[in-house]
Design a protein around this ligand. Structure first.
Ligand code: ADP
Length: 166
């Protein structure tokens, strides 16, 4: 059918990317033809992220080198516009606890209003990652907790280095 294609966008802050994000990205890459990981560069929050958008993008690229149909890009416009630019037919997001649901329900309705042709698809988090968030990882690392099992190796190293600079 005309108008169909296999591109999806997985949006997020990814500050930094966690094994939970990578689980969703990997599973998406097994279902869809092309997965564009969209790294939000929110100018309002500039300086409040631990890593710059380009650093966050580089961590994702590094962790997904073996997934040929995955690419990471930074965007700073509306998600529906970015998805259109990428020629995506859907947004794919991970769902963890019930608490994610309320927010995602609202976002999906807003995005549907902005672009009724763009579908929102939700993938349930794998049980081992359902309590994993970037915020949690940052907090743990700040207080000296070991995040080695939660994020890719280079991310853990970069976090230790960044926190050491303070
Ligand atoms: P976070 O909530 O960790 O700060 P982001 O804003 O970067 O994450 O989220 C990007 C997307 O990844 C969202 O759809 C979010 O629900 C999803 N996600 C985040 N952590 C996980 C996880 N551990 N398992 C599954 N999906 C997740």
């Amino acid at each position: 059918m005309a108008g169909r294609n296999g591109t999806v966008v997985c949006p997020g802050s990814y500050d930094p990317v966690t094994n939970g994000h990578l689980d969703i990205i990997t599973r998406s890459s097994q279902v869809f033809e092309r997965v564009v990981v969209g790294v939000v560069n929110n100018p309002v929050r500039k300086g409040r992220t631990m890593f710059t958008a380009e650093e966050r993008q580089a961590f994702i690229e590094d962790a997904t080198v073996e997934l040929a149909n995955v690419e990471a890009r930074v965007f700073s416009n509306l998600l529906v516009e970015f998805a259109r630019e990428m020629d995506a037919k859907a947004i794919v997001k991970g769902l963890r606890a019930i608490s994610d649901f309320e927010y995602e329900f609202e976002m999906a309705q807003l995005n549907r209003k902005l672009d009724p042709g763009l579908e929102s698809i939700y993938m349930i988090a794998s049980p081992q990652y359902s309590f994993l968030s970037s915020t949690g990882v940052r907090e743990m690392a700040t207080f000296g907790g070991d995040v080695a099992d939660l994020v890719p190796g280079p991310v853990a190293a970069a976090m230790a280095e960044r926190l050491g600079e303070r």
